[in-house]
Design a protein around this ligand. Structure first.
Ligand code: HEM
Length: 126
């Protein structure tokens, strides 16, 4: 696969990740049983793995240009997005906690998109 294809796969996975996250977060806050479905539990892991693996592949293909602070920022914030995301979907005890965690996770994601586009850890504030 060439760079362009991997980049598109990376961006598609990012889009699907936030789309499915928002849907699951909604189900989590409203206490929907759909959240317990097998596919609903597995598919997001596959998407997030594709997102990360493609991101790492792109960094390696970029060589020195891929070893930049903005790339490290994305890796750290992707971990934060997933971590806060699990509070929103699973670990948060009350609907309110899960709702607040969901909003924070979406904000982290929006920040990461800014980091991606501007190639700068300061994201939209660069
Ligand atoms: C939620 C997490 C992520 C989102 C939303 C995201 C989003 C994006 C977007 C939108 C682009 C295209 C930017 C552009 O060309 O304008 C991109 C490119 C890229 N991303 Fe990510 N990304 C994420 C995670 C990661 C991670 C974890 C890594 C590194 C391990 C990474 C490495 C890269 C690289 C190297 C490029 C290529 C930049 C270029 O060719 O100019 N991304 N990402």
């Amino acid at each position: 696969m060439n760079y362009f294809a991997i980049k598109h796969l990376h961006m598609t996975a990012a889009g699907l990740s936030i789309l499915f996250f928002v849907i699951r977060a909604y189900w989590s806050v409203t206490g929907s049983a759909l959240l317990q479905k097998r596919a609903v539990k597995i598919v997001p892991h596959i998407i997030d793995t594709i997102l990360l693996v493609c991101g790492v592949a792109l960094s390696i293909m970029l060589g020195a240009a891929g070893m930049q602070p903005w790339v490290l920022t994305k890796i750290i914030l992707l971990i934060a997005y997933i971590g806060v995301g699990t509070i929103a979907i699973k670990r948060g005890k009350t609907a309110k906690t899960r709702g607040i965690a969901a909003v924070i996770a979406v904000a982290i994601f929006a920040y990461i998109v800014g980091v991606a586009i501007n190639h700068n850890p300061a994201s939209w504030f660069a």
